[in-house]
Every structure is written in C-alpha cells, then in structure tokens.
Design a protein around this ligand. Sequence first.
Ligand SMILES: Cc1cc2nc3c(=O)[nH]c(=O)nc-3n(C[C@H](O)[C@H](O)[C@H](O)COP(=O)(O)OP(=O)(O)OC[C@H]3O[C@@H](n4cnc5c(N)ncnc54)[C@H](O)[C@@H]3O)c2cc1C
Length: 289
Amino acid sequence: MDGTYDILIIGGGPAGLSAAVAARGRGRSCLVISNPREDNPLSKAPLVDNYLGLPGLTGAEMMETFHSHARQMGAHFRSGRVLSAMDMGTSFFLTIGEEVAEGRKIILAPGIQRGVKYPGEEALLGRGVSYCASCDGMLYRQKEVIVVGRAKDAPHEANFLHGIGCKVSYVSPGKPEALMAEIPWIKAGNLRVLGQDRVTGLLADGRELPCQGLFILRDTIAPNDLFPGLALEEGHIQVNRRMETNLAGVYAAGDCTGKPLQISKAVGEGLIAGQSAAEALEAEDKERK
Ligand SMILES: Cc1cc2nc3c(=O)[nH]c(=O)nc-3n(C[C@H](O)[C@H](O)[C@H](O)COP(=O)(O)OP(=O)(O)OC[C@H]3O[C@@H](n4cnc5c(N)ncnc54)[C@H](O)[C@@H]3O)c2cc1C
C-alpha cells in the first residue's frame, strides 16, 4: 500500500504483532516495521512453556505463529530499522533506511534497549552525533566521519557515506564484513565521544580519532531518541491503561513499558494499544464527517 497508513507499528515482536492483529480486527490499515524476524530476541528462545495454550514451542516457532496470524489478518510488513520520526500534526513520518512511511498513529513496540550509550553521546546527539547515515550523511560530504558499527548493516551505511564523498573510518570490536577496502577499520570497543558544543572526535581504546561527524549505528534506537519529549519512568515508556504515552497519537506496548518482560504481557498490551489507536481513529473520522 502506498500513501498513509492508519497505524505504524515500530517493532515486530509479540507486542507489535498483537497490536497489528487488533488494528486489523477493527478494519484499520497497519504497517509493522521491524528488524529481521530471526534477530528478534524471542526467536532465540530454545523453549517457551509459559504461554497460555501453546506450550512446548521454540521461540522461533512461536514467532512464526504470531507473524503468520498478523499476515493473514492483512497487516503489512517492512523489514528495516526505524531511524527517525517526525510528527507533522495530522500524521507521522518514519524514516526506514532510505525509505519513508506515513501513518496517523504510532505504536511503539521496540522491546527493551540493550547496551548503554557511550559517554558524551547523549549531550552531542544532533551536534555531530547521528544515528542515521541516509538522513544526515550529506551534511558531512568531504568531511572526516567515523562510523561506530554496532548493527549488521553498519558496513553498508559506511559504504554509502564513502560513496557520497565523506571521509569515513569504521570503528568496531570485530572485523566488519562487507566494508569497502578503501575504508580504514579501527578495532576498538571502549569509546567516548569528544567535544564541547560539537563533536570533535572519538576516544577509541585510549586513541584520539578526530572527526566532525559520528554515526553510531545500533540495531535499535531508544524510543525517546525517536520521539524527544516521550516520558519515561525508571527507563521504561510511561503509559496509562489505554497504552497511551504522554505524546498525542503515540502508544506503547510490550517490554518497552516495563516488567514483567514476558510474552503474555506483551501480547495483552499490544492488543490494548491496537484497539486504543483504532478507537481514536474512529472518533477522529466521525468528527470529520
Ligand atoms: C532467550 C530468551 C528467552 C525467553 N523466553 C521467554 C519465555 O519462555 N516466556 C516468556 O514469556 N518470555 C520469554 N522471553 C521474553 C520475551 O521474548 C519478551 O518478553 C517478548 O519478546 C517481548 O515482546 P516485545 O514485542 O515487547 O519486544 P521484542 O520481542 O523485543 O520485539 C521488538 C522488536 O522490535 C525491533 N526494533 C526495536 N527498535 C527498532 C527500530 N528502531 N526499528 C525497527 N525495529 C526495531 C527489535 O529488533 C525487535 O525485533 C525470552 C527472551 C529471551 C531473549
């Protein structure tokens, strides 16, 4: 489907898929955007024995069951990482790699963020630190940039930056596959972002590497980096019983809202988020008539 979806769902785990089934059950179009299914944490569970009615499945089998249900209900899917979000008032735009999707409501179901930010990263986000090569790469043509590779597709993003004329170096603990030979690889794991008002470099295992742009590419992006102003509580997204966040039109479900980090809770919250978003759309549509 081209054009505007009723609901965009970020995350294709149990919460996001349950939200998709609920949204489709109310006749709403929805697009689930997520990293590849085989990379979902549940796909790695050897055995799930505590999900009602479906004991004894592997995590991968359970994910296939959930996914196929959402697909049969008519949910649409896009594989990729949501890199940025924009609230345009009546709809939202999400950037997925080099593509964009538009939707009237957002459901956040990205699971929990693993790994902590590097010292200096938070303070210099938007001032040299970027999470999106295709969004910000053009700003750094002919300039020194460093790609911190923590995502599978990070070497491709580094190649893209090289291709548009950035002077790229690549920093990661392990040797990256698919990195162009022209891009120097620096093996390092202990990192600190340098700079006062803007990024001036990266301290990598004690070695100072000067740069003007720093692309930190992980598999996931913290929801409050995607949606500045999103209220958190003890590191989790704050929601009410309708799974509404503090931002109008933005709902959240699953591990991202806090404990217990369990499939049943994610599925239940996904259902509520999907229904709440659909109800809000029904009310808006009625008002327009
Ligand atoms: C090894 C293991 C075993 C487990 N066993 C059990 C068990 O037996 N029983 C049980 O109840 N629970 C179990 N769990 C916990 C269960 O997997 C989680 O509670 C559940 O998967 C949470 O669902 P979710 O949809 O909230 O998030 P997730 O399943 O984490 O799904 C979120 C998805 O969104 C993707 N994503 C995040 N950010 C972005 C972005 N910016 N763009 C695109 N995609 C993004 C993530 O990569 C991920 O694929 C287990 C977990 C693990 C790791």
